[in-house]
Design a protein around this ligand. Structure first.
Ligand code: ATP
Ligand code: MN
Length: 450
């Protein structure tokens, strides 16, 4: 066995000598009786007499191994028999076809080396969601969360490559911000030396400053909102993928948003087929959506559908809540874009649409199957007097926004942007019951540890 010296060559030798489980299933090594080595953690173990069956897992998959007394050293056999689930091990052996084994192959071991004997693992079958959240640091090893985290990795990577391919620059905004953007009620206050400041509810206001140098920008970053309602769609800390662009109007960014969603879906379909299967997500359904046209309707048309087809008694002017979004989406198989929400219920920076008075130049994208709003965006007002009026109406002080008003004084241009809720999108793609599973360590009103 190789010793770990931190010289470069030794490390690469160690890495070369171990195969990833996925490689075993995908190459021809399994056929030719060649000795191979794998390492990972014991996922399942059971023994009867002179044989131990161990399912080994690594980051790429699961492999059945059999350890027979007589085929390996006596002390190694004893270790194999004694080792509990989650023990870390290195196993050497030959791959043989076995119809009963998951994947059709098993490793017949000739050497079994314990790295660490695990203590009895606290997570056993049928434990409550709350217990699993308490043990989240261990539960992220589960097959389900592993697949979700892999899809999350694809989603975030896809967002970066989508915008980079379109020549957007990545731009970072401060997380500690003096202003509210999305309403004071969801602000997280932070003690800042002997003053107070807030955690970012969005990068937007700073993005609007940066478009004057970079024109087209995007970001994926943590976002904080003190949501007081306990829903399956709201986290206190979530990741938002935002974009902002000079010279673009509402229609321009709606097209980008539609393309982005389809682009991300396609990347997940290519990279995470196995994970979607593990999560019971319908591959063909997502595949179809990734090639479909995403329809756009107005808020007024949405209200009409809810009144006529769902017989809902909903007044024009009220925001679409979860229940309305879900009922509306019963009539669509793809996500939809809804534009022109009533201006009264919109944030101060959204301008009025001169074509449809009393409505804003804004849009939401709503996911099908009850996953709700995944994107919110708008054209941005360039009228300081209008924005000041809106802020004052909502009880805000305008002093903190002076810097923001400056942006409309020195070469103001039309511009627009939107924010995509990364966990909302993951929830939909992964077919999740609760948004908490879309992020490794969820923070909600009632939980901020581990
Ligand atoms: P909602 O009405 O669903 O609470 P919002 O209109 O307040 O959302 P926006 O300010 O438009 O949300 O934020 C942009 C996107 O960020 C939303 O479309 C959504 O996908 C996501 N998002 C907003 N709040 C949360 C949250 N608390 N947890 C997770 N994602 C969120
Ligand atoms: Mn919104």
């Amino acid at each position: 066995m190789l010793k770990i010296h931190l010289g470069k060559s030794e490390i690469s030798m160690i890495q070369e000598t171990f195969l990833k489980i996925e490689e075993i299933f995908s190459n021809s090594l399994k056929e030719n009786n060649k000795k191979i080595r794998v390492r990972g953690w014991i996922y399942r173990t059971r023994s009867s007499g002179n044989i131990v069956f161990i399912v080994l897992r690594d980051s790429t998959g699961y492999l059945q191994t059999t350890i027979k007394k007589g085929n390996i050293q006596e002390n190694e056999f004893k270790d194999a028999k004694k080792a509990l689930v989650e023990s870390s091990v290195e196993i050497e052996g030959i791959i043989k076809e076995d119809k009963r084994a998951p994947g059709g192959y098993e490793l017949q071991s000739s050497s079994f080396k314990i790295i660490q004997f695990a203590e009895p693992f606290p997570i056993v079958e049928d434990q409550s969601p709350e217990f699993l959240l308490d043990k989240r640091h261990l539960w992220i090893r589960s097959q389900k969360l592993t697949s979700i985290m892999k899809i999350r990795s694809t989603v975030v990577w896809a967002i970066h490559s989508f915008f980079r391919e379109r020549e957007f620059f990545e731009f970072d905004a401060p997380v500690l911000q003096p202003n509210q953007t999305e309403g004071g009620s969801t602000l997280f206050e932070v003690r800042y030396y002997n003053k107070k400041t807030y955690l970012a509810q969005t990068w937007q206001l700073y993005a609007e400053a940066a478009i004057f140098s970079l024109e087209k920008i995007y970001n994926v970053g943590p976002t904080f909102r003190a949501e007081k309602s306990k829903t399956s769609r709201h986290l206190s800390e979530f990741w938002m993928a935002e974009m902002e662009a000079a010279w673009m109007d509402l229609n321009d960014i709606i097209e980008i948003a539609k393309d982005e969603i389809k682009y991300i879906l396609k990347k997940v379909l290519i990279n995470n087929k196995k994970d979607l299967e593990i999560l019971n997500q319908d591959f063909n359904k997502l595949h179809k959506i990734s090639n479909s046209k995403i329809p756009t309707i107005t808020y007024s048309q949405a209200i009409d559908i809810l009144k006529k087809k769902e017989h809902m008694n909903i007044e024009w002017g009220k925001d679409l809540r979860t229940i309305e979004e879900d009922k509306l989406l019963k009539h669509f198989k793809t996500p939809i874009v809804v534009t022109n929400y009533p201006i009264e219920i919109m944030a101060f920076y959204k301008p009025e649409d001169s074509k449809y008075p009393k409505t804003a130049l804004c849009f939401d994208m709503i996911a099908p199957d009850g996953y709700g709003e995944i994107i919110g965006g708008s054209q941005r007002s360039i009228d300081n007097e209008y924005m000041k009026k809106r802020l004052i109406e909502s009880g805000e002080k305008t002093e903190n926004y002076e810097w923001y008003f400056d942006l409309r004084k020195y070469g103001s241009v039309p511009h627009s942007g939107y924010g995509l809720g990364v966990e909302r999108l993951i929830s939909w793609i992964c077919n999740l019951e609760n948004i908490k599973d879309a992020i490794p360590f969820p923070r909600t009103m009632l939980r901020f540890n581990p």
